[in-house]
Design a protein around this ligand. Structure first.
Ligand SMILES: *Cc1c(COP(=O)(O)O)cnc(C)c1O
Length: 416
């Protein structure tokens, strides 16, 4: 090859750890650990508890609504901000659940999943010289879009404690400065399953106000909380609606992750800025899915049942992990549990001394017939959190109970 393609892909690949600082070629780009573990699971017949997508689809009546929309007249470009019924369904949902007063005409934008909402928001509002604070561990797309925007990513630890993973408020205060443009939150949090408390969110609000930063909050697991844990949208805190962009999506709530209907809402001026970018990413998408999700959003029973069943499935998997010798941090929300595999690594034959979670994950399909993702995939290389979580592993429990029973039994064999 005579010339190598240069471009933003290099910034994205470096920010996500897929390209070393010295790598320059597309041939040097590693595959993600998600792809590697899914391929390994497929090759070995292991139960794939790596990637988090449900193995049971959302409600039939929502699918039927999409089919009817295709057979009807929802097959051309929908309006740029999203169809009015869906924008209204989003604002009704925010009013009903959280008492938020959002204008469906000026303060909501329908997006191609939460992923596009996040990308368009960060690209619209942060640039070179700006800093974007995220929690660490973080969802992998955050580092990528911050790099695409040319901004600087400043991760702040969610530290493992007896009360689960908790925000290190001192570290947040120390990380923030007048260069902080955005504080990007995620609650309930992937991968840790933490539900941020009102006190933690109040601490974030104080820091945001002090440095005149905006808050962007990814709430795609808003309905998937357990044990009475209450999801608090940061926009409901006094004075925060005016500086917050709230992002969510129907994918996790209604077990329809492939439909990619998401949204962002916030002050009209900020939503206009985000729409200006979104317009040239996808313009619009999901015409027949938008009316179907508008109907689904009126349904509070489906997500409530999903949360209850997920809590039971969490318990099943956590018991299996504990029997296998993992130290589990019990999650209060999401699809995921983080388990420290340090004791398993010590005991398992064939793993080198000082092996990490990635090495454990590469061996787990052969050892136990189960695939998972190391927590370091959600951390910045070299950060204190990366070091603290080097032997931790993420498992998903959004699989059928019989699948989880089998996984728990297989894992249990590791412990004996
Ligand atoms: C799944 C997920 C997303 C992506 O949502 P889509 O609507 O599928 O784009 C965003 N953030 C977090 C934390 C997720 O787990």
């Amino acid at each position: 090859m005579t010339s190598l393609p240069r471009g933003a892909w290099q910034d994205v690949a470096r920010a996500t750890g897929l390209l070393s600082p010295t790598g320059t070629s597309t041939a040097d780009v590693a595959s993600t650990i998600f792809a590697e573990m899914s391929a390994l699971a497929a090759a070995t017949g292991a139960i794939n508890l790596g990637q988090g997508f449900p193995d049971v689809d959302g409600p039939g009546y929502v699918k039927a609504a999409a089919i009817a929309a295709i057979e009807g007249d929802h097959n051309q470009y929908p309006p740029g901000p999203g169809i009015p019924e869906l924008r209204r369904a989003v604002t009704d949902h925010q009013a009903r659940h959280y008492g938020l007063d959002v204008d469906p005409d000026t303060e909501v934008l329908v997006t191609t999943g939460a992923t596009e909402a996040l990308a368009a928001t960060v690209l619209a509002l942060a640039g070179p010289g700006d800093e974007v604070i995220t929690l660490e561990p973080f969802y992998d797309s955050y580092a990528a879009v911050i790099a695409l925007a040319g901004a600087t990513h400043v991760p702040v630890a969610l530290a493992p404690t007896d009360a689960g993973f908790r925000l290190d408020v001192e570290a947040l205060r120390a990380a923030a400065s007048d260069r902080t443009r955005l504080i990007l939150l995620n609650t309930p949090h992937n991968p840790t399953g933490t539900v941020l408390t009102r006190a933690e969110l109040e601490a974030v609000a104080v820091v945001a106000r002090e440095h005149d930063a905006l808050v962007v909050t990814d709430e795609v697991y808003e309905h998937l909380t357990f044990d009475g844990a209450v999801h608090v949208p940061v926009a409901t805190l006094p004075g925060m609606a005016e500086r917050t962009l709230t992002i969510s999506s129907s994918g996790k709530t209604f077990s329809l992750t492939g439909w990619k209907i998401g949204w962002v809402h916030g002050p009209a001026a900020l939503v206009t800025a985000v729409r200006t970018v979104k317009q040239f990413l996808t313009y619009v998408s999901g015409a027949p899915f938008q009316p179907a999700i508008a109907r689904a959003l009126a349904d509070d029973e489906t997500p409530r049942r999903l949360a209850a069943s997920l809590a039971a499935r969490r318990d099943l998997l956590c018991a299996g992990l504990e029997a296998a010798g993992f130290d589990v941090v019990v999650p209060r929300g999401t699809y995921f549990v983080v388990a420290d595999g340090a004791r398993v690594i010590e005991r398992v034959a064939g793993l080198p001394d000082g092996a990490d979670g990635a090495e454990l994950c590469r061996r787990l399909p052969a050892l136990a017939g189960v695939a998972a993702i190391p927590l370091t995939a959600f951390c910045r290389e070299g950060s204190p959190t990366h070091a603290a979580l080097r032997t931790s592993v993420r498992f998903t429990f959004v699989k059928r109970e019989d699948v989880l029973r089998e996984a728990a039994a297989r894992l249990g064999a590791l412990g004996s």
